[in-house]
Design a protein around this ligand. Structure first.
Ligand code: SF4
Length: 335
């Protein structure tokens, strides 16, 4: 008997290839730093026990973003042209006292005390947002350090920098053949203070770390990041930016506010066309490596020396990884 469907051939539906969106700071740089850590927390979405780097980076970036909005009167038109706190700096004890009052109010479910300064107010707002995502400071020292750095930056750089800021969180994107490349530049700065044009602007990126003691691989990745940004900037504006600047915020930290910009706080990244082209090639190569790791499930730990010991010391995978301590691994605390 003839089978009812014999001779009929139904072609398989063709699924259009998925174009993933790759962020320079969320995907490419973390994968290049340590593929295993990236695969575990960014791709498989395991929740890390602590998110110190995210806490630090987000509080610094978001409070500084509010400081720029404050100066440009975006939050409240009455603050236009004014520096948060008029550049004044609270002492450590005043900040700690406020944190204590806030903690007691939270415990007793009473109204929170009025923040003693604009910076502390913005800091608490950002911190509350992070808490709702389960991201907290590990130690109260971390909170104090963040506020101190923010105050110093505001007092030292604010008067000259804020009036020159053209845009913050400047979004850049490019549609490539098999992926979408995307990045967010912290600041676009017009050093001329005239009604400038895009070829006059500088791209600034804040780093929540020190320049001194930075692992060479990390610096290489930061330079790579700025060169990819430069390419995206060119695609958006038709010209390259004038300069690409990295600002290492933790260089400001100390018992008192520096009287002038610390020598290691700011570095200019060279953005020659050949360097940019190489960075774009590297970006595409890294995307291919990520796609391959997604298929094979093989996410390699960083090579000892290629990652800073500080990064490994706060990684939840360190107990089962041979990379920390120069390749010796971490001594288990038991039995
Ligand atoms: S301990 Fe270091 S090398 Fe190992 S997975 Fe974590 S970040 Fe990567």
């Amino acid at each position: 008997m003839k089978k009812p469907f014999s001779g009929i051939s139904v072609p398989l539906p063709t699924t259009p290839p998925v174009k993933r969106r790759y962020s320079i700071t969320q995907d490419i740089v973390p994968f290049r730093r340590c593929a295993r850590q990236y695969g575990t927390f960014n791709v498989h979405k395991y929740a890390p026990a602590y998110q110190t780097q995210t806490y630090f980076g987000t509080t610094l970036h978001q409070v500084l973003d509010r400081c720029h909005s404050h100066f440009h009167g975006i939050i409240d038109p009455a603050t236009k042209g004014l520096l948060p706190d008029n550049g004044k700096i609270l002492g450590d004890q005043d900040i700690l006292d406020y944190f204590d009052e806030l903690r007691i109010a939270e415990k007793l479910s009473t109204a929170p005390p009025t923040p003693p300064s604009d910076i502390v107010k913005y800091f608490v707002e950002v911190e509350n947002g992070l808490k709702s995502r389960g991201i907290r400071a590990i130690k109260s020292d971390n909170r104090l350090q963040v506020v101190r750095i923010l105050q110093y930056f505001n007092a030292l750089e604010g008067p000259v920098l804020y009036p020159r800021v053209i845009d913050t969180e400047h979004r850049l994107q490019a549609d490539r053949t098999n992926h979408i490349l995307h990045g967010v530049v912290d600041l676009l700065v017009d050093p001329t203070t005239s009604a400038g044009v895009p070829e006059d602007y500088e791209m600034w990126d804040y780093k929540g770390s020190t320049r001194v003691g930075l692992n060479p691989k990390d610096l290489e990745n930061y330079e790579f990041q700025m060169r990819v940004y430069a390419k995206l900037y060119e695609l958006k504006h038709g010209v390259l930016p004038r300069r690409a600047i990295l600002y290492f915020l933790n260089e400001l930290d100390g018992p008192t506010c520096p009287s002038k910009q610390p020598v290691n706080a700011l570095i200019e990244v060279s953005i020659l066309p050949t360097e940019i082209d190489n960075a774009v090639i590297e970006f595409a190569k890294t995307v291919m490596q990520i796609e391959q790791a997604r298929v094979t499930g093989n996410w390699q730990s960083a090579i000892p020396g290629d990652i800073s010991e500080k990064d490994c010391a706060i990684c939840d995978l360190r107990w089962d990884c041979n990379t920390p301590n120069g390749g010796k691994g971490v001594k288990l605390r038991y039995p």
